[in-house]
Design a protein around this ligand. Structure first.
Ligand code: HEM
Length: 409
């Protein structure tokens, strides 16, 4: 298999107007934003749980066991050995953040960072998180307005604003960071061109300034306390502390917006369930957890093979890339009974949406609580959820599934 960069692959992708549900996506790289990619994933999975897709120079892993094996393989890395930071970002402010993110590192450096970052996020007080998420969501719900795009702005702003305040940023800085994070994460998409990367670098530079300024303050409950906490947990490198505090915002941003949007769609398509969940917090939480499995906001992630060897039963070579289709593994019939049924009361949900193994998401509980508070606030505000049941477009993306109620711009 030849080496091919993500940017080259992106060159082969054409995002067309929304495809009809009965038409398969062109490839796995356009599936996440397709109207209904799940029959396509099921057909690929029935063909083979892992195979080499020559057209894209990618291995495609779809089966639950194959995905688990790749995520636990010691031969696989989160970045290609020759390009720890994407060439387009290297040397700029976005690259400076990227290189120190726990998500983008491997080996002992990753293990060290993960212990600190994981303990820091696990230390968020759930009662404070819920209260803050409810208060922030209620405030944003009052600004929804009447245009359908208001809902997209709500879903994008809420997660970052809440996480920014949880790590100690004051509300005004949190609101500013929400906008900047939206610009910063563009650099992470291989669909971004030079103009988006320039905007992303500008946003990264401002995020670095805000976080560094705040770290110099030492008010009670401030960001400086969170920085000290990360240091006491073993993350001593100052640049890495700053990068991972910004990483909390960027990791929260798109995926949690997609979780809120996809949960609203699930409720709109089953109004009896919506009515029951409106008065039952525990049921609404199970609905969100089942949405994360059944119609997840993140459809795939990647691994890069560092050495020749066997991965998930296949002989791979150093430089090979693997696309792990988490959304397909979530519906693997070998793993789940009735995998295509939406069942909030499902036992043993076993979802891959938040990853697994060494790099498993450190913010799953936080994302679920924010989505829950967001939907409760929208319900309390009187949002007409039934009106969302019609066809919806998704943000053009290779790996995320984020509905755009206001339509794609
Ligand atoms: C619905 C929302 C979310 C989804 C679907 C999601 C999904 C994921 C996935 C799939 C990974 C692993 C990627 C890989 O192994 O290639 C990951 C990693 C991570 N996530 Fe999340 N995430 C969400 C929200 C959050 C939030 C709210 C935070 C923090 C506040 C967070 C923090 C992290 C961190 C720090 C990592 C890196 C872990 C590591 O590399 O060891 N995530 N997330």
């Amino acid at each position: 298999m030849r080496r091919q960069s993500i940017a080259t692959i992106a060159g082969h992708i054409m995002f067309k107007p929304p495809q009809s549900a009965d038409q398969f996506p062109d490839s796995v790289l356009t599936a996440a934003a397709h109207t209904d990619p799940y029959p396509y994933y099921a057909a690929l999975l029935a063909y083979r749980p892992i195979y080499s897709e020559h057209r894209l120079d990618l291995w495609i892993a779809l089966g639950a066991q194959a995905v688990t094996d790749v995520l636990s393989s010691t031969l696989c890395r989160v970045r290609p050995a020759a390009e720890p930071v994407p060439a387009a970002l290297a040397g700029g402010p976005a690259g400076a953040i990227f290189k120190d993110l726990v998500r983008m590192n491997d080996g002992p450096r990753h293990a060290h960072m993960k212990a600190a970052v994981g303990a820091c996020l696990a230390g968020f007080d759930p009662a404070r998180l819920t209260a803050l998420a409810r208060r922030t969501a209620t405030g944003l719900a009052h600004k929804l307005g009447t245009d359908p795009g208001g809902l997209d702005r709500f879903a994008s702003a809420l997660p970052v604003r809440v996480v920014a305040q949880m790590i100690g940023l004051p509300p005004e800085a949190a609101a500013q960071c929400a906008t900047l994070t939206g610009d910063f994460v563009r650099c992470l998409s291989p669909l971004s061109g030079p103009a988006e990367i320039a905007r992303s670098n500008e946003a990264a530079s401002r995020l670095l300034d805000i976080v560094q300024d705040e770290l110099r303050q030492s008010r009670h409950g401030s960001l400086a306390m969170q920085g000290d906490r990360l240091r006491s947990l073993g993350l001593e490198d100052r640049e890495a502390i700053v990068a991972n505090l910004i990483g909390f915002l960027s990791q929260s941003y798109e995926a949690t917006a997609g979780l809120i949007g996809n949960a609203l769609l699930a409720l709109a398509r089953d109004l009896a369930l919506c009515r029951r969940a409106a008065g039952d917090d525990a049921l609404l939480r199970r609905v969100i957890e089942e949405v994360a499995r059944h119609d997840p906001p993140i459809h795939n992630t990647r691994r890069f093979v560092a050495e020749d060897g066997m991965v998930a039963g296949e002989r791979m070579k150093a430089g090979d890339q693997i696309l792990l289709v988490l959304a397909a593994a979530n519906r693997d019939p070998v793993r789940h009974a009735g995998p295509h049924v939406f069942d909030p009361d499902r036992r043993d949900r076993g979802s891959f949406t938040f990853g697994a193994g060494r790099h498993a998401c450190a913010g799953q509980a936080i994302a679920t609580s924010i989505a829950l508070a967001g939907i409760q606030a929208l319900m309390a505000h009187g949002l007409d959820i039934a009106a969302l049941a019609g066809p919806v477009e998704y943000r053009p993306s290779i790996n995320s599934r984020i509905p755009l109620f206001g339509g794609a711009t």
